[in-house]
Design a protein around this ligand. Structure first.
Ligand code: FES
Ligand code: FES
Length: 175
């Protein structure tokens, strides 16, 4: 049996080996922000963090996540609270800076790509707190198996969101 920790909660998974992690998250565990876009690692809609690194959950067999921590957008507030040394088990946790920035910049249009975008930018900002525009663009285009695609072409707003998230994180951390 595969055991995965999703947004801080342990799940013993009954889906057979080989089942894409995306299907387990959505159909067995009920975590719905990772989306099915292409199913071929070509769009980024299904991205989640696996032990802090972005992966495409549509092509990742569930057993590859055995014993590991999966973070989806639902888990970002608790992740941020943990990183800030605040309680992460309360109902009134503030949003993660990436979520806050996405709202303030009104980034999403249809929204299907946006959860993967937020996961990718979260990974970037944890590694590179003050990224250049080139680093943001590289994260979204050349750092993974394929670029993160937005069929609504909200790329300029995504860049604005990433910049704002970096500023919010810097202010919160006193940098
Ligand atoms: S659905 Fe996974 S990369 Fe497109
Ligand atoms: S907001 Fe529609 S695909 Fe990106």
């Amino acid at each position: 049996m595969t055991t995965i920790i999703v947004n801080g909660r342990k799940h013993n998974v009954s889906s057979p080996s080989g089942t894409p992690l995306l299907y387990v998250l959505r159909n067995e565990i009920g975590v719905m922000t990772p989306k099915f876009g292409c199913g071929l690692a070509q769009c980024g809609a299904c991205s989640v963090l696996l032990d802090g690194s972005e992966i495409r959950s549509c092509i990742t067999p569930v057993e590859a996540a055995d014993g590991k921590e999966v973070t989806t957008v639902e888990g970002l507030p608790a992740r941020w609270a943990d990183q800030q040394g605040r309680a992460s088990d309360t109902a009134d946790m503030p949003l993660h800076p990436v979520q806050e920035a996405w709202i303030e910049e009104q980034v999403p249009q249809c929204g299907i790509c946006q959860f993967g975008m937020m996961i990718k930018i979260t990974e970037l900002l944890e590694l590179t707190p003050n990224p250049t525009d080139a680093q943001i663009k590289a994260a979204l285009t050349t750092s993974g198996p394929s670029p993160h695609l937005c069929r609504c072409a909200s790329y300029a707003a995504i860049l604005d969101g990433a910049r704002r998230a970096a500023r919010i994180m810097a202010e919160s951390s006193g940098r």
